[in-house]
Design a protein around this ligand. Sequence first.
Ligand SMILES: CC(C)(COP(=O)([O-])OP(=O)([O-])OC[C@H]1O[C@@H](n2cnc3c(N)ncnc32)[C@H](O)[C@@H]1OP(=O)([O-])[O-])[C@@H](O)C(=O)NCCC(=O)NCCSC(=O)C[C@@](C)(O)CC(=O)[O-]
Ligand SMILES: NC(=O)C1=CN([C@@H]2O[C@H](COP(=O)(O)OP(=O)(O)OC[C@H]3O[C@@H](n4cnc5c(N)ncnc54)[C@H](OP(=O)(O)O)[C@@H]3O)[C@@H](O)[C@H]2O)C=CC1
Length: 418
Amino acid sequence: MKTSRISGLYSLSASDRLKMVAESADLSGDEVEAIETGGLTLHQADKMVENVVGLFAIPLGIATNFVIDGREVLIPMATEEPSVIAAASNGAKMARSGGGFVTSSTRPVMRAIIQVTGVDDPCGARQTILARSSEIAARANERDPMLVSHGGGVVGIEAEVVTTRKGPMVVVHLLVDCRDAMGANAVNTMAEALAPFIEEITGGRVYLRIISNLADLRLARARAVFLAEEIGGAEVVDGVILASALAEVDPYRAATHNKGIMNGVTAVTMATGNDTRAIEAGAHSYAARGGAYRSLSVFEKNRDGDLVGSIELPAAVGTVGGATRVHPVARASLKVLGIVSADDLGRVLASVGLAQNFAALRALATEGIQRGHMSLHARNVAVEAGAIGDEIELIASKMAAEKRINVDRARELLRDGR
Ligand SMILES: CC(C)(COP(=O)([O-])OP(=O)([O-])OC[C@H]1O[C@@H](n2cnc3c(N)ncnc32)[C@H](O)[C@@H]1OP(=O)([O-])[O-])[C@@H](O)C(=O)NCCC(=O)NCCSC(=O)C[C@@](C)(O)CC(=O)[O-]
Ligand SMILES: NC(=O)C1=CN([C@@H]2O[C@H](COP(=O)(O)OP(=O)(O)OC[C@H]3O[C@@H](n4cnc5c(N)ncnc54)[C@H](OP(=O)(O)O)[C@@H]3O)[C@@H](O)[C@H]2O)C=CC1
């Protein structure tokens, strides 16, 4: 695509916006229709989960202005929360003059846990497991030749003895490169298949055989420079850094700071048909590693007085498997992003998380969150009060101008206007 810098996309109608996105991402008629209608038929939904009775629609929006590793990218985001997509676009807009987002990542390695109990000699069993790790890896790889053929498969075996209130246990970690899959089904299958062999060589009894959502070996990182003159000057730079400093040490603040990051990360995860619970569990457990919960991002000042933001978070997402290829809108979202690999998707998540976080911190460090957020939320409030058609924008803008955004006020304005 030529540029993601689309000023005022919000002032177009939804169908004109979709036309623009379809042109720039070269979407087919079917893909456009899927996005417009929500994509899923009841019949398709009935094949995805159990006891289906209907569909639950969530808005899909497009965040503009992103440059990631020099590439212009439009970002599909599925979210019910107003101001999230606007804020991501706003953050990305302010990152452009510093060069946009620069990313990096680790190999896409997930862990499966195998819990071995009832071992007489847990330390000895641990050593047996480590000594036979090549054999364990080979047996696991036999379960997923397709993954191995894509360059993935087991990359390591770890084993630890842990002391619990039910006595000592040996915990085996199977480290698996999942390539473009999120990998839960793949690694769970391997872990279950290995259980009898692990029991045989340790003399213990295996209970849990399951992926760990603390995906600390599958990390995505993003960094961006926000020029001081672009974001409102030195005072704003310092305000954002002060906000960051608090979130680095105070779990009460860090929880909300990270919620702000996940506003963006989860919305892209959802739009691409990935597992939002897995990505949330990964982010928050990674934020709590070492026992202290802290922020996933940090903001600092560089030598030129500009703001430098950086973020690192687990990115357990796929571009194959799960619902990613089943849900028509998820497939279209990947096409809009212009990516094919899970690694690329992880880098997008980190960039969106950082843009989202920066926009929120800038608002918090200056005018406060309510003006930007509540003026966009005002439309929901107007609808809740019973506004219809043109009344919605009218009541919403009146409430925003008065800075009195609540359902009672919306009802009063409706009564007066009708
Ligand atoms: C809300 C804005 C963006 C308004 O921002 P503004 O200052 O009114 O912006 P503007 O009119 O100068 O527009 C700047 C750019 O923002 C985007 N933008 C602007 N308006 C729209 C819109 N209607 N629809 C789509 N995009 C919009 C758009 O890209 C636009 O550029 P343009 O296209 O005009 O060249 C700003 O105040 C902001 O970024 N606020 C942060 C809001 C936020 O973080 N919301 C998340 C919900 S609050 C929360 O859950 C998290 C939190 C806050 O608790 C986290 C934390 O505590 O850390
Ligand atoms: N705790 C958790 O997070 C849990 C999550 N889940 C769910 O698991 C699902 C994700 O599991 P996942 O294993 O990704 O899904 P799938 O099993 O659907 O997909 C993975 C499979 O795709 C095949 N594949 C084809 N091309 C590639 C490629 N390029 N790279 C990698 N694999 C490829 C592989 O082999 P093959 O073709 O042989 O299948 C691989 O095993 C999600 O729906 C998630 O919600 C499930 C349990 C627990």
